[in-house]
Design a protein around this ligand. Structure first.
Ligand code: FAD
Length: 357
């Protein structure tokens, strides 16, 4: 691709599931658009999840708009590799104009448009959909002593498989799904300690991704209709009890300790003075939205987010944010939920384009 300025109606930044869902609906509007993704292969963050990761839901409940995810042979809950394959097939099937690898360095305002800048070129777009996910922005708490600790520190994004920790003493930090799933397998080969800010909250065993989506939808509909609000997903718990988590819990491997206060060169120390030496600390402490490319627009708030109305940036009507979490649409950061917010987002853009905006 030569470096020159292209002109499009819509530029989508990010070609993971959220960007593809937007592409599916944009295709149907007849708008000129492009999807810019900085990976060499399709699949977004699914390429980098740990080896054993499986979906929370069966294939039939993990689909992008238009095409059901085919089942993975012999697997009720598909693997991350299968999702990567599905997303690659999906973009081919719908002929989505994904340009790779193109890393968007910045988005800036120009007269009557936004300009999306990358080393490979720039795109002058009337609307930009940012769909860059969270995987590129891992979060680690800034505890005293982090730089003193001489063992290994890694985040969820660095973890692939348990074997390299065999026989080691490992501390896993965080009360969410990543921590519980990584612990479930690490505890088979390593001596593990689980540290969480508050006692872990397991969802009822029968709740999988399907049920979560139904709960999120009921909650959203009630909020829209102004009726009494049924419990949302967050009210029920944090951790989906997938089969390896259930097995580990039954084995007694999922007993949590309170969060420690600081690190020393050899381990961690709690507020009561007790301490533990360890070979590694796995920070399963979450993610922020990956929004560095939007910094030139000056929209980001103190939490690293951009205030939105629906998915539209409150202070920049040409910018939409898709797939980052419930704040950009309930369940929008899931495979099955991405389509719903992509549809309403593209409808708003299409209306604005038709009105000459
Ligand atoms: P991503 O998949 O991260 O895609 C964003 C794309 O944008 C990437 O290709 C990235 O390289 C690219 N990009 C980023 N910055 C730039 C830039 N500046 N320029 C160009 N390209 C850029 N959901 C489910 O539905 N079911 C599950 O079972 C499930 N399990 C999950 C397990 C884990 C461990 C995690 C972390 C999430 C899970 N999710 C699950 C949630 C969600 O489906 C995934 O996080 C999904 O990958 C999010 O898709 P996305 O398109 O928003 O972001």
């Amino acid at each position: 691709m030569q470096h020159r300025e292209h002109t499009v109606d819509v530029a989508v930044v990010g070609g993971g599931q959220a960007g593809l869902a937007a592409g599916y609906f944009l295709r149907r509007t007849g708008a000129e658009f492009v999807i810019l993704d900085d990976r060499t292969e399709p699949g977004g963050a699914w390429n980098e999840y740990w080896d054993s990761l499986r979906l929370f839901s069966p294939a039939g409940h993990s689909m992008l708009p238009g095409w059901w995810m085919p089942e993975e042979e012999g697997q009720a809950y598909p693997s991350a590799r299968h999702v990567t394959w599905y997303l690659g097939e999906y973009e081919r099937r719908y002929g989505l104009p994904v340009h790779r690898p193109v890393h968007v360095e910045g988005v800036e305002r120009v007269r009557g448009a936004l300009r999306v800048n990358a080393r490979e070129g720039s795109w002058r777009a009337r609307y930009v959909i940012s769909a860059t996910g969270t995987w590129r922005a891992p979060r680690v708490p800034d505890l005293p002593g982090r730089d003193l600790y001489r063992g290994r520190q890694l985040h969820t994004v660095d973890y692939r498989a348990p074997e390299e920790f065999a026989g080691q003493r490992v501390v896993v930090v965080g009360g969410g799904n990543s921590a519980a799933q990584i612990l479930a397998e690490l505890s088979r080969v390593a001596r593990t300690t689980w540290a969480t800010l508050r006692p872990p909250r397991f969802l009822p065993d029968e709740v999988d991704g399907r049920a979560l989506f139904a709960i999120a939808t009921r909650h959203q509909n009630a909020a829209r209709d102004g009726g009494p609000l049924p419990p949302g997903v967050g009210d029920l718990g944090d951790i989906v009890v997938v089969p390896p988590v259930r097995e580990a819990r039954e084995r007694g491997a999922l007993k949590a300790e309170p969060m420690f206060d600081r690190l020393t060169p050899t381990g961690v120390v709690w507020s009561d003075g007790s301490s533990l030496d360890c070979d590694a600390i796995v920070w399963c402490t979450g993610f922020a939205p990956a929004l560095d490319h939007l910094a030139p627009l000056g929209l980001t708030d103190g939490r690293g987010r951009i205030p939105v109305e629906g998915t539209r940036a409150a202070a920049e009507p040409r910018l939409f944010l898709l797939g980052y979490g419930d704040w950009t649409g309930p369940a929008s950061a899931t495979l099955i939920g991405a389509g719903r917010t992509a549809k309403t987002t593209v409808a708003r853009i299409s209306d604005s384009l038709a009105a000459g905006g």
